[in-house]
Design a protein around this ligand. Structure first.
Ligand code: AMP
Length: 279
């Protein structure tokens, strides 16, 4: 497994691969890797000739500096896990490599997808995501790029960016990988206590409940009931729960639209997000 830290080295390697007719699969991550990330790497290996995984904790997508400082960094074990899972190339750039002084951010119209839910609660977050992924796409020019439905809104934002900038990369979505109790795997879960992890399985149970009751109940009733359930457990601080159209991410107007339920909640000072399709 090759490890590169500059775009120059990575591009020299990749251009040779492309010249020889190989396709490039790209898996962007912020490290502290778990089985969710590895499922993306495995899908990339299935789809592509060469798989590149990046590890970069992107400062521009954190709207709270303490969250950036507390973000887990486990490069050594990440590299070991990627090697065991047959990743071809790992790209681990420094902040100055990704954002040189001359770098100018190119604004992209995301048609409102970036203004609801995560966008509303984490102002500037999606600008940072679009900035870093756009930068990686420009330099790496992958054939495929793999994103998890765990961050469903991010997946929608990236797809919109690719469409509006007319980029030549195929976005592949990957299903959410969960722990045994149902908690969606996340690098942030490391910061939960063992009791917290058990308690957090309540989140996915609420999403399953919504899946079973949506239809018999309307969106407003389902949301109201879930808010009520969370309010009974003081350890949870619910940020939002919304049922939205899974393409536009705007609140659904009719039961005929493809719908998903999304929520963000804080537990033991750790912000957790989850979502699932509900029709
Ligand atoms: P992150 O390191 O949190 O930025 O995540 C990197 C990529 O892994 C993103 O596309 C995430 O959506 C994806 N990912 C993270 N957790 C999971 C999970 N539990 N299941 C599937 N994909 C995931």
């Amino acid at each position: 497994m090759l490890v590169y830290r500059t775009f120059g080295e990575l591009k020299t390697f990749l251009s040779k691969q492309v010249e020889e007719g190989r396709s490039i699969g790209f898996v962007p991550t912020m490290g502290a890797l778990h089985s969710g990330h590895i499922s993306l790497v495995k899908k990339s290996i299935d789809y592509s000739d060469i798989t590149v995984c990046s590890i970069f904790v992107n400062p521009t997508q954190f709207n709270v500096s303490s969250d950036l400082e507390k973000y887990p960094r486990t490069e050594k074990s990440d590299l070991k896990l990627l090697k065991e899972n047959n990743c071809d190339v790992v790209f681990v750039p420094a902040v100055e490599e990704v954002y040189p002084k001359k770098y100018v951010y190119q604004h992209v119209d995301l048609e409102g997808i970036d203004l609801v839910m995560e966008g509303k609660h984490r102002p500037g977050h999606f600008n940072g995501v679009v900035q870093v992924v756009g930068r990686f796409f420009e330099e790496i020019n992958p054939t495929y790029a793999f994103f998890g439905e765990k961050d469903f809104q991010q997946l929608a934002v990236i797809s919109k960016m690719v469409q509006n900038r007319k980029l030549n990369v195929k976005i592949v979505s990957c299903e959410i990988i969960r722990e045994d109790g149902g908690l969606a795997m996340s690098s942030r879960n490391i910061r939960l206590s063992p009791e917290g992890r058990k308690k957090a399985s309540f989140i996915s149970r609420q999403l399953s409940w919504a899946n079973h009751h949506f239809g018999k109940m309307n969106a407003e009733e389902v949301v109201h009931s879930i808010k009520n359930e969370f309010s009974k457990i003081p350890e949870f601080e619910l940020e939002y729960v919304e049922i939205a159209n899974s393409v536009t991410l705007q609140p659904i107007q009719t039961m005929l639209e493809p719908a998903r339920i999304f929520l963000a909640v804080e537990l033991e000072g750790v912000r957790l997000i989850d979502n699932c399709a509900i029709n």
